[in-house]
Every structure is written in C-alpha cells, then in structure tokens.
Design a protein around this ligand. Structure first.
Ligand code: SAH
Length: 205
C-alpha cells in the first residue's frame, strides 16, 4: 500500500497503471544484495551492468503510453522484465527485446514462473524494432536514444504512441511522447529522466 501511495505522490494517478503495478511484485526482479530495497523508489542494479528503473518513472512512462486492452506493444530494453510484466497486465500482447541474452533468459524464467503467457522476449538490437511483428500500437523504449530511432517510428501504427527517453547518455535526457497521425508525428516533451544508453548490436555477456 505504501508503495502505491508513493507512486501517487510522484504523479502516477492513472488507475489502470496503478492496478497493473500493484499486480507486479518488483521484488521478483531484484536479487541478492538489493532485494530488500525492491519497494524503494530508486533504480537498482541488475545483471550485465544494467538497471531496473525507478518505479515512479516506470509508472509515468506506462501512463503516458496509455495502453489499451487490444494493443500489441513493443518494449525495447527488457532489462529485469519488470516493465514488460506491468505492460502484460494492460495489453493483449507484449514483445520485449534486450541486447543481452542473459537478461532475456532471466526475465523469461520470471514470466514463466508467474504464469504470464502474453509476453514474447527476444535477444535483439531493438533499435531496428521487430519488422516481422510490426506495426505496433504502442512502443516503449527504456534506454536513451539520441533521437527517436527511425525504424521504430516506421513500425508505429497510425494513431499509435511511442514513449522514448531522448538525449546524450551522460546528460539529463527528456522523456518524449510521439503520436503517429495520418500525416506525420506529434511530439510532446514530458519530463527530464536519466536512462542507460540505447547501444547498437548484441551484448557480449
Ligand atoms: N525496462 C527495464 C529496464 C531497462 S534498462 C526494466 O523494467 O527492468 C535498459 C535496457 O536496455 C538494458 O537492459 C540494456 O541492455 C537495453 N538496451 C540498450 N540498448 C539496446 C538495444 N539497442 N536493443 C535492445 N536493448 C537495449
């Protein structure tokens, strides 16, 4: 309860987002050393030198994405799998990709143990999207790009929404919401954030 209260106080007010986050136990995704800090509103280290994002930022991104029950969603940056599991409670199907095989394998094991059947996790360079599964109703990028990647814009359905942190990796980035219209793209700047960079290619770990 305290966890939800904290999320609300940081601006996560959308009821469906809060319900999906209530169903998704963050402690499943944080192991070892940091397990007892799973309910604190801070990013924490996971395998492969990556991080599980801060819960309030996960909530704000999820609510900005405004996922509908029939939606097919792409997440770039599986990391721990926490964000993907939250999305799985809101969408029809979630595709999630990470450049580290080890993270994908660990996340899949958590999804299986929780009997979540609408997430497909792949090892891939997500900056190219997933052309075979496109178009997507929603795309969420959880690593910072210098610009919204062209292939991801191209794989967004008309009327679709993409949320992506944009900016240089060592500086403060801006969370951007891109909406695809009949004629182009509308951009809204939501808030400053700090994410690990979107890197090219497959990771070696
Ligand atoms: N959404 C995650 C946190 C993501 S951390 C969670 O809920 O825990 C960012 C992740 O993006 C890292 O795991 C990193 O490996 C991944 N990443 C960075 N560049 C990528 C790329 N080009 N394709 C796929 N994944 C990428």
């Amino acid at each position: 309860m305290q966890f939800l209260f904290k999320l609300r106080s940081k601006g996560v007010t959308d009821k469906r987002t809060l319900t999906a986050m209530e169903k998704t136990d963050r402690a499943l995704f944080v192991r070892g050393h940091f397990a007892d800090r799973a309910y604190e509103d801070m990013p924490l280290p996971i395998s492969c030198g990556q991080t599980i994002s801060q819960p309030s930022v996960v909530g704000l991104m999820t609510q900005a994405l405004n996922v509908q029950p029939r939606d097919k969603v792409l997440e770039v940056g599986t990391g721990s799998g926490y964000q993907a599991m939250i999305l799985s409670h809101l969408a029809r199907r979630v595709y999630t990709v990470d450049r580290y095989k080890r993270l994908v394998t660990e996340a899949r094991a958590i999804f299986d143990a929780a009997d979540i059947t609408n997430i497909t996790a792949f090892t891939a360079d997500g900056s190219h999207g997933l052309p075979d599964q496109a178009p997507f109703d929603r795309i969420l990028v959880t690593a910072a790009a210098e610009d919204p990647p062209g292939p991801l814009l191209a794989q967004l359905r008309i009327g679709g929404i993409m949320v992506v942190p944009v900016g240089q990796s060592d500086a403060v980035q801006s969370l951007i919401r891109v909406t695809r219209t009949d004629t182009g793209f509308d951009y809204d700047e939501l808030r400053p954030v700090r994410f690990v960079p979107l890197l090219e290619g497959i990771g070696q770990d």
